[in-house]
Design a protein. Sequence first.
Lengths: 136, 136, 136, 136, 136, 136
Amino acid sequence: MSTLPLPADPEADSRVRAVFDDIRATRKTDFINHLWRALAFDPPLLERTWAEVKALMAQPTLLDPLTKEMVYIAVSIANSCSYCVHSHTAAARAKGMTDAMHAELLAIVALAAKTNHLANGLQLPIDAAFDCSQPS
Amino acid sequence: MSTLPLPADPEADSRVRAVFDDIRATRKTDFINHLWRALAFDPPLLERTWAEVKALMAQPTLLDPLTKEMVYIAVSIANSCSYCVHSHTAAARAKGMTDAMHAELLAIVALAAKTNHLANGLQLPIDAAFDCSQPS
Amino acid sequence: MSTLPLPADPEADSRVRAVFDDIRATRKTDFINHLWRALAFDPPLLERTWAEVKALMAQPTLLDPLTKEMVYIAVSIANSCSYCVHSHTAAARAKGMTDAMHAELLAIVALAAKTNHLANGLQLPIDAAFDCSQPS
Amino acid sequence: MSTLPLPADPEADSRVRAVFDDIRATRKTDFINHLWRALAFDPPLLERTWAEVKALMAQPTLLDPLTKEMVYIAVSIANSCSYCVHSHTAAARAKGMTDAMHAELLAIVALAAKTNHLANGLQLPIDAAFDCSQPS
Amino acid sequence: MSTLPLPADPEADSRVRAVFDDIRATRKTDFINHLWRALAFDPPLLERTWAEVKALMAQPTLLDPLTKEMVYIAVSIANSCSYCVHSHTAAARAKGMTDAMHAELLAIVALAAKTNHLANGLQLPIDAAFDCSQPS
Amino acid sequence: MSTLPLPADPEADSRVRAVFDDIRATRKTDFINHLWRALAFDPPLLERTWAEVKALMAQPTLLDPLTKEMVYIAVSIANSCSYCVHSHTAAARAKGMTDAMHAELLAIVALAAKTNHLANGLQLPIDAAFDCSQPS
């Protein structure tokens, strides 16, 4: 149950149609997922959000596409965002994540969470050796 | 200010010494960071935690070492663990993370957090197309 | 699926009935939502929780009612509480939140999450100019 | 650096003095920690917060005092609240938490965080056997 | 909807069968819950995770079994892990948690969250009296 | 201690200078806070982040400026971002937030966190009356 109606005919708005056309062209698919349909209720928010996702996740950048999806999944798990865990796990699978890579990703996310909680419980001072704040 | 004293002479305990020796040998350095020194207050917890970190982060696995550090940083940011952000940023730098890669990592973590909050605010239903729960 | 049974006849307990009567009178509706029905399993917890919600959210205070609901939604999104996102979005709508206001609220929550993650990734020192700890 | 000045003479306000007197009497100490001094900037908020802490944490209830402190520490770690981790670790130590108990508490908090992240990454359906929502 | 298929016949793998046999023997029940079935997709991850859960949660340790479950629930609530809240609430009930104990646990978790947010909003300096970092 | 050096002369880069000039002109001050100085290590990330902050927070929009700062503080507290709590509390103060408004904001954030944890602990089903997903 979403907190606002998914619009029946979002592309009646020309700004929404332009974004949806770009999503389809960029991703080479007719599928428009719920996030974009929901954001159609506010075309400027839709435009800005898609522009950012496109630039970082749908176009070539420095990091490889699968690494980016795995980082995205990691953050989504830690923030407990069910929708984003599902959508980016599906994206990672489409980009070649195997069972073994998925298992290792989950193992590292879980280990990080474990030591995050240990370190926050211990309230450790930062080691001087970890100081990256000085010009090298 | 930590929540327990960092021990003055942790290696007086032979189990602690064995773990610290293994940390030094595995990492090829004499440096033992605060997390391990603090965990020395309970040798079994120290042994189990190091065994897991060693197996996943300090030995070759399926994912490459730098990808693993970036995933670790991502989780640590989302969980607001200052110590782990520092220690794993230093580790990623040591493994070759450049300024440009660091910037892109932070940009993706921030974008993921942004859409996590949008999706949690919208309470979107999962698209059927994202269903990875059926055998392929 | 809740973690305890929603009681069939919670108002058989006179303390519960008194709270439910006050909820109905304060909100001018017969509707008692699941949170209060569930808390009926422990009347003192129900009483204290309702007293606090009533004082801050159901009675006039310094901040206007819609601002308070938007702050409540913001926290509930960040804490990933699906129930509270739903209940307080409905409350904000009832108090006049339009589509455009909802979109702007979500945009600000998402932007805050984005810069929260950037700042936690950068581990920035607090600027002296932000120091509010000295008497003016 | 706090986000508001800690007042120099908070007990000049009679409502604040009454709360501080009750804190000293309840805890049998002259020490008033920063949380209460900061909340003195709004006496009603100070009164309500202390009343709740007193009722649940400073008076006998069903759960024993040390168990309550350990639950409090666990939540504070997961919410990354440095102040509360420190204050409640000190309180737990004062109530008898030994090194070994502290280590086991941290181990369980860390394990819970680990499986929390695994389960959120796997998006598991709830087992019917865990259903506590039906009257027994 | 999980993010990977729950395997139809996980015990065809001998390592999985060995873990499941140990779960059944340790817990004295034929029931294997979804977490373990899902983790069967990666036997080493399954083995390591069960070994840790068994050692801390299914065997006698310093803290009593019900206290450990309550700490586990507290972390799972704060991390917004629906699966773990359900599974560990059921476990705590099986180990004797009454309605009144459940209510008090939830009240303490909620109070901790409240003061966590107050303290994080106030950005309080740690009181010197809470310093546990010096040897006693 | 930041995770990268704050550059000594960031405005030597013309793209950085252009952003800093816009920050000074928009905010009518010579002060450039650490977030922008740190982001200067990657001019495109700096440009995009400032563009978004400027559009939503530094220019007139539908919601009033103080409401927006209070929502921003609320999210930053829940995400435990010390830097953002400080910077946006200072901004809210500059825009007119009084002690009484600050206290009420913190009280609502804390109450929301409290009921978030209660509702996540109870795993409540959403009331049909809260359904905002149908067109009205």
